[in-house]
Write a protein that binds this ligand. Structure first.
Ligand code: PMP
Length: 364
């Protein structure tokens, strides 16, 4: 029997071939007699896994040589603090300036955390009556001349709002790519720092990927703990302390899976098609709705509401019976949300679209 389709926003579905490979290698990785979770992080077996994973993700994202790829812990939430602590310049808080774009729940959290260290300028906000339905246009950004960096959230996981462009700035651009990384090719050279919690498009929770440009390291704020200094981790090849070895290994299997499928250009095509089918189903019906401005709709997280919210529980129960799991929307916005990251097969989206049509016929 095939497994159900899991639309969770994260931790999310992993590619089935990755899970099977991990299962095969569980008791004895490549004749080592060890599970990867049992290996010393400094042993040659794990080092080979770690180095291959880094090489593969560098290849997938075409990471230039003047960037370091770090495998850290603490989730994207710790990056809300680490990025400011490493990038802000100036001894007084009033001198430590940063620009932020406010486009949804996650950028709001990033802003709140940065305010502990920085004088934050919200260079654009698309909040309207507590909701967010679009990204700002470049012309709407009020960037400050003396900001140390510009931070934004290319894909807002909760609101399903995505930037259709990369903001232009002469300052280092810091991007929380937690829910969009690896969904398509990107030009890493446009960014100063890219960070992402792993549990959506990379692998299991517990690992955080950070891509940082060389020249931005080594000037962390006074008092920054060693563990929160990018340079500590870059100098130690992400082995300053014990890294999340098993998560790193599984991420490596995901990177190999992506390479086997032909890399990110092909994945982008599939992702765009998957999202297109789901939005078409929503837009083609008066029974379902998505509030996001069409050019800012996320490829990865598709929130939608039912015209009659009293049917929400029925919808979720019916979906579960049809093998479609975790469609409940985030508690802050209600309704439904289908997260359709790389590992969600197109057949899963087709099954959801079919179920939605059938549910509407029965209840609409
Ligand atoms: N940023 C974004 C865009 C997210 O989607 C999430 C998690 N859903 C976070 C930050 C927080 O990540 P973590 O739980 O890894 O700290």
């Amino acid at each position: 029997m095939s497994r159900p389709y899991n639309f969770s926003a994260g931790p999310a579905m992993l590619p089935e071939p990755v899970l099977k490979r991990a299962q095969e290698e569980m008791l004895d990785w490549h004749g080592s007699g060890m599970c990867v979770a049992e290996m010393s992080h400094r042993g040659k077996e794990f080092l080979s896994i770690a180095q291959q994973a880094e090489a593969d993700v560098r290849e997938l994202l075409a990471v230039p040589d003047n960037y370091r790829v770090l495998f850290l812990q603490g989730g994207a939430s710790l990056q809300f603090a680490m990025a400011p602590m490493n990038l802000l310049r100036g001894t007084e808080k009033s001198q430590r300036k940063a620009d932020y774009l406010n486009t949804g729940s996650w950028s709001k959290k990033a802003i709140a955390e940065a305010k502990r260290f920085a004088s934050v300028n919200v260079a654009a906000s698309t909040e309207h009556d507590g909701t967010f339905t679009r990204a700002p246009a470049q012309a709407e950004l009020s960037l400050s001349a003396d900001a140390a960096y510009l931070h934004y959230t290319p894909n807002e996981t909760i609101q399903g709002v995505e930037f259709p462009y990369v903001p232009d700035t002469d300052k280092p651009l810091v991007a929380d790519m937690s829910s969009t990384i690896l969904s398509r090719p990107i030009d890493v050279s446009r960014f100063g720092v890219i960070y992402a919690g792993a549990q959506k498009n990379i692998g299991p929770a517990g690992l955080t990927l950070v891509i940082v440009r060389d020249d931005l390291m080594g000037q962390a704020m006074d008092g920054t703990p060693a563990m929160l200094d990018y340079k500590t981790h870059a100098d130690a090849e992400s082995m300053y302390n014990t890294p999340p070895t098993y998560a790193w290994y599984l991420a490596g299997l995901v990177f190999q899976w992506l390479k086997d499928l032909g890399g990110l250009a092909g994945m982008a095509e599939i992702n765009q098609r998957k999202a297109g089918k789901l939005y078409a189903a929503i837009d083609g019906s008066d029974f379902y709705a998505n509030p996001v401005q069409p050019d800012c709709r996320s490829w990865m997280n598709v929130p939608f509401t039912l015209a009659n919210p009293n049917l929400d529980a029925d919808f979720l129960a019916g979906a579960k019976d049809a093998g479609l799991l975790t469609l409940k929307g985030h508690r802050s916005v209600g309704g439904m949300r289908a997260s359709i990251y790389n590992a969600m097969p197109e057949a899963g989206v087709d099954a959801l679209v079919d179920f939605m049509a059938e549910f509407e016929r029965a209840k609409g």
